[in-house]
Design a protein around this ligand. Structure first.
Ligand code: SAH
Ligand code: SF4
Ligand code: F3S
Length: 444
């Protein structure tokens, strides 16, 4: 590889979960701190960072088609860096398969991206997939600007080893970032414009730490500490594991007003046999009991979940158990996926893989049920007056978009500004959004 001039402009494209998006923002901040300029379109960028996701086969394939598409008409291409979970899982393979990729950096080592880019520009391809994540956070620049709604990674990695999942391999073992670092990062985000912070972790409710008085606390302790900042209006967290819903966290849902009434709690299946084969270590019943307890302290809580259909060996009757669970819960929204065999996971070598037709059929039936419930939930909010955090301009002149406390997208017309918390009457509901009417502008 020959030397090129060091890149002056960059573009980061994120493909994955919210933590992947957070990582993308931090990589952009790192590159900007080196004096590089962000380019909106990747065609204008000297350096393109593909921040990849490995969770399902389709997500992984995207990176290779993207690498191909980055080639320009004259045969040249920008300096390509592959980051994220595919980099961690398939770093060596990417380097062999795609000679145009000059940097491969895993999710726990991206603080080294600038020096690796410099190496690449000097003609040395660079790979870094070290773990764990502690060194990374310490080496990142301080946060400065933020949109109204910001992400804050508090916990990373997973020790649960569900049999279908690559995350324990791509993100490594569970680590919790220290309490004081998080309180400081939250303060900087708020100073930079954030009114809402979503705490992120692969198992965010497994976060633990020592508070400023040295007392051991769980996620509820962190939530309570952040809620004390008068300039922060809303707190959310995702993604949680049913087994880490502690008494303290459940209680916080009833007590901390800034903790929004929304809980994303993946269940994956309604069949205890399948849950066991998935190594989920909870049952359908124990999951439902957790939801009942949260609902008891916060009756208006909006519930969300993740589902996998067609796990190896899943029978029709077991799939029906999932539909029954969905009916019992009444989700406000949910994500559902066809099982995707991932290399190196125990489920990939299990017997009785489900055919594509059956998977398609099950996914369709599940999504019909989930869509039905989502619309019902949205319709039930008509007539409510609530706060909306204004996050974006809408397509129409004078239109604004924001989120309700229950994480519904709300659009309304009128006078507002980004980051405002406005009071809105919800007047009409579709499957994916709610129409609101501005009631009054609140003193923020
Ligand atoms: N830590 C979270 C989310 C992990 S990934 C949790 O435990 O719930 C997000 C979702 O992707 C999972 O909840 C699961 O529904 C889905 N998923 C993970 N691996 C998958 C696979 N191999 N095939 C299909 N869906 C998968
Ligand atoms: Fe994956 Fe399971 Fe860990 Fe979630 S809890 S990240 S699904 S192994
Ligand atoms: Fe994907 Fe990695 Fe997130 S595999 S879902 S980007 S943790």
């Amino acid at each position: 590889m020959s030397a090129t001039t060091p890149p002056k402009t960059f573009h980061v494209k994120s493909f994955g979960c919210q933590m992947n998006v957070y990582d993308g923002e931090r990589m952009a901040e790192l590159l900007a701190a080196q004096g590089m300029t962000a380019a909106d379109a990747r065609d204008d960028a000297d350096l393109v960072v593909l921040n990849t996701c490995h969770i399902r086969e389709k997500a992984t394939e995207k990176v290779y088609s993207d690498i191909g598409r980055l080639r320009r008409d004259d045969g040249s291409s920008p300096l390509i860096a592959v980051a994220g979970c595919v980099a961690q899982a398939e770093g060596v393979e990417i380097m062999t398969r795609a000679p145009s990729v000059k940097v491969v950096v895993g999710p726990q080592s991206y603080h080294r991206l600038p020096e690796m880019v410099a190496d690449a520009a000097a003609g040395r391809r660079a790979t870094e997939t070290d773990m764990p994540a502690e060194a990374k956070f310490a080496a990142l620049p301080k946060r400065r600007k933020s949109g109204p709604s910001a992400f804050l990674t508090v916990q990373e990695g997973c020790d649960k080893f569900c049999t279908y999942c690559v995350v324990p391999y791509t993100r490594g073992a569970e680590i919790s970032r220290p309490f004081t670092d998080l309180v400081e990062e939250a303060k900087l985000l708020v100073a930079g414009g954030a009114r809402e912070i979503t705490l992120l972790g692969q198992n965010v409710n497994a976060w633990t730490g020592d508070d400023d008085k040295g007392r051991p606390v769980g996620l509820d302790g962190l939530v309570r500490a952040l809620a004390a900042d008068p300039d922060l209006a809303r707190i959310r967290y995702t993604t949680s594991h049913p087994n880490d819903m502690t008494d303290g966290l459940i209680a916080a849902h009833g007590e901390v007003e800034k903790l929004m009434p929304f809980l994303h709690l993946p269940v994956q299946s309604g069949s205890d046999r399948v849950l066991k084969a998935m190594n989920r270590s909870h049952t359908a019943e124990s999951y439902l009991r957790v939801l009942e307890r949260v609902r008891a302290v916060r009756p208006d809580i909006a519930l969300s979940g993740d589902f996998i259909v067609g796990f190896p060996g899943e029978t029709d009757a077991e799939f029906e158990d999932t539909l029954r669970l969905v009916d019992a819960v009444g989700y406000a929204q949910a994500f559902s996926f066809k099982y995707s065999a991932r290399p190196g996971t125990p489920a990939a070598t299990m017997d009785s893989h489900i055919t594509a037709d059956v998977m398609d059929d099950r996914l369709r039936r599940l999504q019909d049920a989930l869509n039905r419930d989502q619309l019902a939930f949205n319709r039930a909010s008509i007539g409510q007056r609530c706060t909306v955090l204004v996050e974006r301009r809408g397509k129409l002149p004078g239109q604004w978009l924001g989120k309700s406390p229950w994480l519904q997208s709300v659009h309304f017309m009128g006078e507002a500004a980004l980051g405002d918390l406005v009071t809105v009457d919800l007047v009409d509901a579709g499957p994916n959004s709610i129409a609101g009417v501005l009631a009054e502008k609140q003193a923020a």
